[in-house]
Design a protein around this ligand. Structure first.
Ligand code: ZN
Length: 178
C-alpha cells in the first residue's frame, strides 16, 4: 500500500461521493503533533467514528491511519511535506539519473537494512553514506533491481561494484585505467 514515495493514499469511489484518506503509520508518527493539534479545533467526525482511526495489521500493530476529510483538510500541507521528508530519509533521490537507484531500493528484500556505506579497496576512501556525504567521495554510475550498485571512487578512479545478496554485501573493484 505504501512505498518509498507514497505515504498517503486517497481512495475515491467513482460511483458515489465516498472517499477515504489513508496515511502510513510512519507518517502518522512523524506528524503526530500536527494531527493532535488539530483535533480540538474540529467538531465530531461526520463519516468516521473519529477523525483518526488506526488500521491494525495481523501483528496487532497499526500500519496505517484513516483520516476524516475534516482532519485531512486541516493537516494536508504538513502531511505532504512530511511525505517528501520520508522519501529523502529512505534514500529517495530526485535526480532522474538515479531512477534506477529508486527501483533498486523498492525491490529491496534482503535480511538487513540498506546502508549507504561504501569503501574503496584500492585507496581506502570510505563513507558511512554516499547519499548524504558532503564530500561526495563516490558517484553512482549504475544500479539494478538484482542488487548491484556500481560506484566510481572520486579519489582514485576505481570502479566499485557492491553486490547485495540476501544476507551479505560482496564488494569487487577494478583498478582505474592508467
Ligand atoms: Zn579509491
Amino acid at each position: 500500500m505504501f512505498d518509498l514515495e507514497t505515504h498517503i493514499v486517497h481512495m475515491k469511489d467513482v460511483r458515489n461521493p465516498k472517499e477515504c484518506f489513508f496515511i502510513s503509520a510512519e507518517l502518522g508518527q512523524r506528524c503526530a503533533d500536527a494531527l493532535q493539534g488539530c483535533l480540538p479545533l474540529l467538531g465530531p467526525a461526520s463519516e468516521l467514528p473519529a477523525h483518526i482511526c488506526p488500521c491494525h495489521g495481523p501483528d496487532g500493530r497499526a500500519f496505517a491511519y484513516v483520516l476524516s476529510r475534516e482532519l485531512w483538510n486541516a493537516v494536508k500541507y504538513d502531511l505532504r511535506s512530511a511525505e517528501r521528508e520520508l522519501f529523502y530519509k529512505h534514500g529517495g533521490v530526485v535526480s532522474e539519473d538515479l531512477e534506477d537507484f529508486k527501483k533498486f531500493l523498492m525491490h529491496w528484500d534482503n535480511d538487513y537494512e540498506y546502508s549507504g556505506q561504501v569503501h574503496c579497496p584500492n585507496c581506502s576512501t570510505s563513507t558511512e553514506d554516499w547519499r548524504t556525504d558532503p564530500a561526495h567521495p563516490f558517484s553512482l554510475s549504475n544500479a539494478n533491481t538484482g542488487g548491484l550498485l556500481v560506484f566510481q571512487c572520486a579519489q582514485c578512479g576505481a570502479t566499485i561494484r557492491l553486490k547485495h545478496f540476501k544476507d551479505e554485501v560482496v564488494c569487487e573493484h577494478t583498478m582505474p585505467h592508467r
